[in-house]
Design a protein around this ligand. Structure first.
Ligand code: AMP
Ligand code: GLY
Length: 422
């Protein structure tokens, strides 16, 4: 069959890499793809946000099944639009995607259905938000309601920081329309874990637990990014916590949506804090995480097309997932300045050497210019290694990461370290 992958980052490179191995897949088209994806797929210059353009592409090329990487087209109704045209697509519809598209929607749904998450308030009015923070007098977390590429969340130590965060979101409009509402939350503490699951709206089939590294610097310092690295499986998520997360969070939220008339199909990502009271939701995403997709897809043995077909046909209950033994680690190499304004156009060297170590180098923000590979995004590459144990996978990923070079390259040196302490 012919598959279309929408997007052009590291997650989409990992998706294409995985789909390429499926005996069910004859051809892969990526829109827009990237130079790494071009090795396995035909890249067509249609943007991931161009829903009519993607429909035209899928029709013209006789695409049998579409996978959507990023959240924005899901939140904007890509799946609904494809389905109206009779095109098969793996992902949640617009209403279900509001779980990520509006933090207020997600929090209210959790509150209505008793799903564990931090206490919160939603504000549309700046002065009301300010007054509430001043009155609170303890650390809180300030979040833009809408999509902000992982950067719209500010963990505030002090009242002044929380007030500044509200201004950044609601007054300076640093995240555009995403900041017309803010969610202010109780601050939770504990270890973070990401549990992704496939679901057909009835059955929830969880993937291995993974851990992301959102802050830009080692030891979780500095501003949040889209993710500077990830690994799986994450031992902080013990079998007990994993089961609780599935029973108390993932299954109930799919059921809650169903009770409200919304059938969730696709991948659901729960970002969790493992607190002394058990796992609580920090956020939901309605797609594969980036970079979590890289280690997870490298470890997944089951054919992704078979999973997608089972999801679309509502027979996920018949499927079990199989996994490679061992662990996988992805280290993100970022451009100078990221997650702020960053440089582009630096020539990238050493990819062949890095791949010769056996690591996979997924392209996140790269471009070809005059025959050379150059940086073109904040997150440039995701160097991913699999090994029998986590310490070995860490070593392998860093060995390869050191071999890649571009001006301004920076990366965290401690991806996976928390798991070693545990
Ligand atoms: P989010 O995009 O909502 O997952 O938030 C990004 C990051 O902010 C999370 O990975 C956490 O590190 C942190 N965070 C979000 N919400 C909370 C909370 N209620 N308490 C403590 N930290 C949080
Ligand atoms: N790595 C977190 C995310 O994909 O949102």
């Amino acid at each position: 069959m012919k598959v279309l992958v929408v997007g052009g980052g590291g997650r989409e490179h990992a998706l294409v890499w995985k789909l390429y191995q499926s005996p069910l897949v004859g051809q892969i088209i990526a829109a827009p793809g990237n130079p790494g994806i071009a090795r396995y797929a035909e890249c067509v210059p249609v943007g991931a946000g161009d829903i009519p353009g993607l429909i035209a592409l899928a029709r013209a090329r006789g695409v049998d099944l579409t996978f959507v990487g990023p959240e924005a087209p899901l939140v904007n109704g890509l799946v609904d639009a494809f389905e109206r045209e009779g095109l098969r697509v793996f992902g949640p519809g617009r209403q279900a995607a509001a779980l990520e598209g509006s933090k207020a929607f997600a929090k209210d749904l959790m509150a209505r259905h008793g799903i564990p998450t931090a206490d919160y308030r939603v504000f549309e009015d700046v002065s009301a938000a300010r007054a509430w923070i001043k009155n609170l007098g303890r650390p809180c977390v300030v979040k833009a309601d809408g999509l902000a590429a992982g950067k719209g969340v500010m963990v505030a130590e002090t009242t002044a920081e929380a007030l500044a965060a509200v201004d950044k979101i609601m007054v300076e409009k640093s995240f555009g329309g995403a900041g017309s509402r803010v969610v202010i939350e109780e601050r939770l503490s504990g270890e973070e874990v990401s549990i992704l699951a496939f679901t057909d709206g009835k059955t929830v089939l969880p993937l291995l637990p993974a851990q992301d590294h959102k802050p830009v610097f080692d030891d979780d310092r500095g501003p949040n990014t889209g993710g500077m690295g990830a690994y799986a499986p994450a031992p902080v998520c013990t079998p007990t916590i994993y089961q609780r997360a599935v029973r108390e969070i993932l299954e109930p939220v799919v059921m809650a949506l169903r009770e409200e008339g919304i059938i969730y199909k696709g991948v659901l990502y729960a970002g969790l804090m493992v607190t002394s009271d058990g796992p609580k939701v920090l956020e939901f995403n309605v797609r594969f995480g980036d970079p979590e997709a890289q280690p997870l897809l490298v470890l997944l043995e089951t054919d992704l097309v078979e999973v997608a077909q089972a999801v679309l046909e509502g027979r996920l209950a018949d499927l079990t997932l199989s996994w490679r033994e061992g662990a996988a680690v992805c280290v993100v190499l970022a451009s100078k300045g990221y997650p702020g304004a960053y440089e582009k156009g630096a020539v990238i060297h050493g990819l062949d050497e890095a791949e010769k170590t056996g690591a996979l180098v997924f392209h996140a923000g790269t471009a070809r210019r005059d025959g050379q590979l150059v940086t073109a995004g904040g997150r440039v590459l995701g160097v991913t290694a699999v090994a029998a144990t986590l310490p070995e996978a860490i070593r392998e990923a860093y060995r390869a990461a050191e071999l890649v070079d571009f001006a301004g390259k920076h990366f965290r040196r401690d991806i996976g370290r928390k798991a070693l302490k545990a």
